[in-house]
Ligand binder design. Structure first.
Ligand SMILES: [Zn+2]
Length: 204
């Protein structure tokens, strides 16, 4: 919850935006479920402090069987065991990499090569160790994490160095055309203006 609540607006929400609006049913429902759980537990936690506001929120929450009409009659959510050190270390690292990427995207925007970050294609120049770390993450999830259209991983030197050892970042305007639905750039956008993923989601 620490991770979700503190960073909900500026990181988690950013990253799941595409999933909520554009992804297939399963991915969208996963994100909706996570948001629902955060909303329910967060509203319970707020109840002793902001009685009226929390009840107002609660009145809009779709109720699961057994949930009370008044949030003050609910039990407090039980604390789950804190995420392990390995999990935290992994995400600290991803956030650090994302910070390096953001700086390069800002410069690329200042140079007028891109407008929004979705117009960018990133190349991450990696040491063997960073390459193995990032290569374990599915490529479309990496693109979502950085809110860009394309990510290429290369095992070489190059790009702009930031704070992460063994990583250089370069960005160019993504190849292909802008999908009318998800706004990602994709070489295989069809005559209907849709990328293959969106065409599939829409059954076209
Ligand atoms: Zn699309």
């Amino acid at each position: 919850y620490n991770f979700c609540v503190i960073d909900m607006s500026n990181f988690y929400m950013d990253v799941i935006k595409d999933r909520l609006y554009c992804a297939d049913d399963h991915a969208r429902r996963c994100a909706q479920t996570a948001l629902y759980r955060i909303l329910v537990d967060f509203t319970k936690l707020l109840a002793p402090i902001l009685c009226f506001t929390s009840q107002e929120i609660w009145s809009y929450v779709p109720k699961m069987p057994g949930m009370k009409d008044y949030v003050v009659f609910e039990q407090m959510p039980e604390a789950k065991p804190a995420a392990g050190a390995e999990f935290s270390a992994k995400w600290d690292r991803i956030m650090a990499i994302r910070d390096d990427v953001k700086k390069v995207l800002e410069q690329t925007r200042a140079d007028k090569l891109i407008g929004s970050s979705l117009e960018a294609a990133l190349t991450l120049h990696c040491s063997q160790e960073i390459y193995d770390f990032l290569n374990a993450i599915p490529m479309d999830e990496l693109a979502d994490l950085f809110i860009v259209s394309q990510v290429n991983l290369e095992q070489n030197e190059g790009g702009v160095k930031g704070v992460v050892d063994g990583l250089g970042v370069s960005a160019v305007h993504a190849a292909g055309a802008k999908c009318l639905r998800c706004w990602k750039y994709e070489p295989a956008v069809g005559e209907n203006g849709l990328c293959p993923r969106c065409a599939k989601v829409l059954g076209m």
